[in-house]
Design a protein around this ligand. Sequence first.
Ligand SMILES: [Zn+2]
Ligand SMILES: [Zn+2]
Length: 228
Amino acid sequence: MQDNLESVKIFRQKYREEKISKHYYGWLHFTLTTILSIAIISISFFRLRDVQSLEWLTIPLTFLYANIAEYFGHIGPMHHLRKPFGLMYQRHTKEHHVFFTDKYMEFDSSKDFKAVLFPIVLVLFFFGLIGIPSWLLLYWLFSSNVAWLFSMTAVAYFLNYEWLHFAYHCSEESWLRYIPGLKKLRQLHLHHHNQKLMSRYNFNITYPIGDILFGTYYKASTKPTNQL
Ligand SMILES: [Zn+2]
Ligand SMILES: [Zn+2]
């Protein structure tokens, strides 16, 4: 039913009226997300001093940790209503997945960026609530280089997540289609926006490492285990 184009159009109109202020500027939101992230990545990078070979391992380990956290954050609270994370469920399953379906994946205008990008307040909240304690713990347990490599990689991962998810919801015909690999990743996310598949497959928004590891990877040529 929700796949029906008309019902998506009606939901979009209602969402815009109720959730998007006339003072909201999508490109400003996108730019602030980008500048804030690049600032933290740069500060972290320029604080590195004489990095030892073992310390460089922080980059792949943080990348893998972020990918698995993205997977479990998505398959868990974003798709299942759980008490302290009710807002995540509401924003994702009840809004993002109704605003965008596999039949209607694209933004109509920059106002619609609100239905994809994390609110800046929430980003600052997570950076503070998770980022700072993690940084302090790594500094205390290992070294300042490990802590800065962690903040650099984690924020770069977050920005990559935002950019990729944003790109998936841009027009299929935009110049973005020339970015190597993007078409394939977009296709995986498109399947996730099929309402019959969304609670079972393709929970990584970025790279499908978690999906491959935990058996929830689905591409069109794959035959899912049961009913489609
Ligand atoms: Zn999406
Ligand atoms: Zn989802």
